[in-house]
Design a protein around this ligand. Structure first.
Ligand SMILES: CC(C)(COP(=O)(O)OP(=O)(O)OC[C@H]1O[C@@H](n2cnc3c(N)ncnc32)[C@H](O)[C@@H]1OP(=O)(O)O)[C@@H](O)C(=O)NCCC(=O)NCCS
Length: 209
């Protein structure tokens, strides 16, 4: 998938970056706390991914002309802007990093490579109703996995099960939007719409409003 910066609306943008293209970019826009977190990451590949994701948020914010506020993580691992305005979500995988920002609504984003083994893992993250329409197809399974991860990140709380609390409505290869809901939790059911983009063996999903 080509690296890109996309303005989704005046309030929302996403960016996808090739991590290696940006290894030498300065990170002086990061907050003091973020620079400390960065310095504390030991693993070189993890360090590159972390930096790539922050450069992706910076580009997304630039696209809608918002300053970089710095981000902190809550007890669930979800990032929030230090100034309290807006919502962010991040994903990184093998050489790529993605970020989405929305000034008003919660967001979730996820990047995954299509792998045959995802079909074998299906019963761990899918409801039997979903297995019925996914047809043992690794592409559809990866779309389902990624859509559920985006919904999980959008809601942000640990303890939500992909299999038991997130249900996707039937979709096919032709769909570029997947609908789903979070159900059977202490909260009211909540419905989500997830955009899906595929390029060869890569799936990108993100929540839209
Ligand atoms: C937290 C989780 C969504 C991260 O996904 P991942 O595929 O491992 O990694 P990604 O690169 O796509 O995303 C990583 C980013 O997710 C974000 N994240 C972590 N916890 C989060 C949460 N509770 N809510 C929202 N975003 C979160 C972080 O920003 C992280 O990036 P950072 O460490 O650079 O800040 C995932 O590990 C998870 O817990 N999934 C659902 C739980 C589950 O049921 N898993 C097993 C089912 S078989």
């Amino acid at each position: 998938m080509q690296a890109k910066i996309e303005k989704i609306s005046p309030l929302s943008a996403l960016a996808l970056k090739n991590i290696d293209d940006h290894a030498d970019m300065p990170i002086d826009f990061l907050s003091f706390r973020e620079r400390l977190s960065f310095a504390n990451i030991g693993h070189p590949e993890k360090k590159k991914e972390w930096k790539g994701a922050r450069l992706a948020i910076k580009s997304a914010l630039d696209a809608i002309k918002l300053p970089y506020p710095g981000f902190y993580k809550d007890e669930h691992g979800k990032s929030h802007p230090m100034d309290g305005y807006g919502n962010v979500s991040l994903s990184h995988t093998n050489g790529l990093a993605a970020a989405i920002f929305h000034k008003e609504m919660p967001v979730g984003i996820d990047l995954d490579y299509i792998k045959e083994k995802v079909v074998r893992l299906g019963p761990k993250f899918l409801d039997p109703q979903e297995i019925d329409f996914l047809d043992n197809d690794p592409i559809l399974y990866t779309m389902a996995w990624s859509a559920k991860e985006s919904i999980f990140k959008c809601q942000g709380r640990k303890g939500i099960s992909l299999r038991q609390n997130i249900l996707l409505f039937p979709f096919s290869h032709l769909d570029n939007v997947i609908k789903g809901k979070i159900y059977d939790t202490d909260f009211a059911d909540h419905y989500y719409t997830v955009k899906v983009e595929r390029d060869n063996d890569l799936i990108l999903t993100y929540t839209i409003w």
